[in-house]
Design a protein around this ligand. Sequence first.
Ligand code: PMP
Length: 430
Amino acid sequence: MLKFDESARIIAQESRFVPGGVNSNFRLGMGHGPLVFTHGEGAYLHDVDGNKIIDYYCGMGAMVLGHSPAGVQAAVKAQVDKGILFAGQSQVEYDAAHIICDRIPSAEKLRFGSSGSEVAQAAMRLSRAATGRRTILKFEGHYHGWFDNILWSTAPALADAGSGDHPALVPGSKGQSTADADGLDILQWNDLAAVEARLARGDVAAVLMEAAMCNQGAISPLPGYLEGVQAACRKHGTILIFDEVITGFRLGQKGAQGRFNVTPDLSIFAKAIANGFPVAAIVGRADLMDLFATGGVLHGGTFNSQPVPMAAMLATQLALTPEHYEKSSKYGVRLRDGLRSVLADAGIKAQVTGFELMFHVAFGLDAPAQNYRDLAKSDKAGYARFAQALLRNGVRVLERGAWFVSSEHNDEVVDKTLEAARAAAMEIAQ
Ligand code: PMP
């Protein structure tokens, strides 16, 4: 059984300087408290207690090549020697742009940013400017960053969320005011008729969604849903935005849009685009994207297209070949199937849903969730106990149920994980 005493000591000490000892609230999570790491390699993280832990956080989904991939490290080291920040253009950002425009179906043009939250803002502003409308339609359980105007109903308590037909907008943080939600409307996801009816009012600038709901759960769009939303958007002059911050380069080289074969007007990427370096992108139709240059729509950022993360991005993209997806998908599928059997053998009712390199485990559900409200009925406390038991057995997973797999999670790592899962399932079943 692993122990985390030194992490606990450091977090307590450093909480005097850093609130909660962490620099993102999403790291407060686990029941035993946040961990402090020394280094990462492949599928493993090493912590200050001397533990070597199999990591399925994968940088909250960013590390699609695992920790410290040699090609990315080398590209970064070479770029650092050439300079850090030019506040001007360099060839590496154009090379990076070309490869994304080549790969992503909706990417006629792109602009780089530094975080998913930021490029979500850019997409909202661009949509409002292009349509002259104000309302952005979002969906329960979908997360598009931590800013006041969009951090609504990302994981609301069902008691606060109103009826399924008319969901209430629920703030995600203290400090938000109802005025922050002025430009928003909300629906349940995967309900095409609801979107069609809402867009028919003619005032929606953009529909913003994760094309597969992965921030909560791992839920595929129902057959025809994405196509139907796209058709409704075209009919009513609304811009369709896919948030591919999680799905991008994880559901395949062309993202969720390639996998489901629906091309949005705009989409945003971050996380896996550069295997852990702070790169984000807003991509889309040339006529929309050109508004940044000639249409009076402002998009800025001191760190945008910083050459070092750009070099990391290029090296990451070069490694994300069809062979990469084929190889890592095999590991992911073995793991997913293995977990299903381990949980079933232990008599734990669970739904394991999602994709090869990103899936979700929900305890206590009889059928796969189709939207946030289904998912919210799962046994979260039971799963958190499993996640904590897994960590004591050397495997780190998010308590909210998500598993991120990289090309480093090979057969040997999967075997070890399933062994730990068996032990953890026995532990919590007692
Ligand atoms: N969109 C989605 C779907 C996300 O999962 C996240 C991050 N969890 C974001 C946007 C925001 O990205 P970032 O944390 O880089 O600001």
